[in-house]
Write a protein that binds this ligand. Sequence first.
Ligand code: F6P
Ligand code: MN
Length: 364
Amino acid sequence: MQDGRTTLSKFLIDTLDRRPSPHAGAGLSALLIDVAAAIKQISSALTRGALGGHYGSAQTFNTNGDEQKKLDVVTNEIFVQHCEWDGLLAAMVSEEMDDVHPVPDKYARGDYLLAFDPLDGSSNIDVNGVVGSIFSVLRRPDGMAEPCGEAAFLRPGHVQVAAGYAIYGPSTMLVLSVGNGTHAFTLERDVGNFVLTHTDIRIPDDTCEFAINASNERFWEPPVRRYVQECKDGRIGCRERDFNMRWIASMVAEVHRILMRGGVFMYPRDFRTSGLEGRLRLLYEANPMSFLVEQAGGLSITGRERVLDVVPRALHCRVPVILGSRNEVERIGRYHREHERGEDKPYTSPLFNERSLFLPEASA
Ligand code: F6P
Ligand code: MN
């Protein structure tokens, strides 16, 4: 480009079309441009806020039992319309559609599969908080019969050929990986271009910041309780430094902060959910985010295994997620292993040990 800036199209042509990767194949850049077009339209709809007439409930429920907001339905439709016509996709899966959506017969079908969460963090919509969209691209397995059904999607996240999210904050950004690092583009609204602003993002290995919905503490497993308690004990505890906590209730916003400055995000297994599955959906939340985090040098685990190695059991299955700065995620994984081996002692916070100000004698 003459002004030295790299637009999303230039980035994709340089990275994919001029140096094709063995996994990606032809057409991926065109598909990602269509995804970006959907994101621009969603960004524009969200910017109108209450004036757009899309606030409030749609009076329907998705397959996970979550109440759908009007904007969940509208943004899902925007994704479908922008991506089903181009001859590159075979089928789609979305948080807001119960079943696989095969590309309709009136359009050509291609070799890619798209899984997406069109509006992540939708409890933030009506309060004008940060929301996002998340997407994951797979290649259709060779030799699979038409039209693609569930089996095509039920593969571990390490087979993804591209993953990304859009964050609709004060600015709209698209964060993307096609397997050669994680890169971020900022939407230049008046021109309509995504411009590369963050090349090869690296998550710092260490951090003093964690994110978890602490209201669920009573349902957590012991390794997560231990980790969070140690963080909260700060410099008087075994970590010997103070930690900060954040919770935005949008996975996109949490992951974005971690990509920008490090941190750990946890939505762990808990005893509320049957089967201890966790809250986040594997295909269109945990997998794409884990791909981006690993491509930026971080880690993403369920507590017991790498998220990208989990074989999905169902389209909308959930999984525990612990991701972010490498050394902290490794530590939490170790706490899980120690717990399984019965090696973790019941944790006593230094707030209540013999040197504490909170001892009954001291406060008497
Ligand atoms: O999509 C699920 C999600 O909204 C995530 O974006 C977010 O991290 C989480 O759920 C918020 O959960 P809670 O309602 O427990 O705060
Ligand atoms: Mn979501």
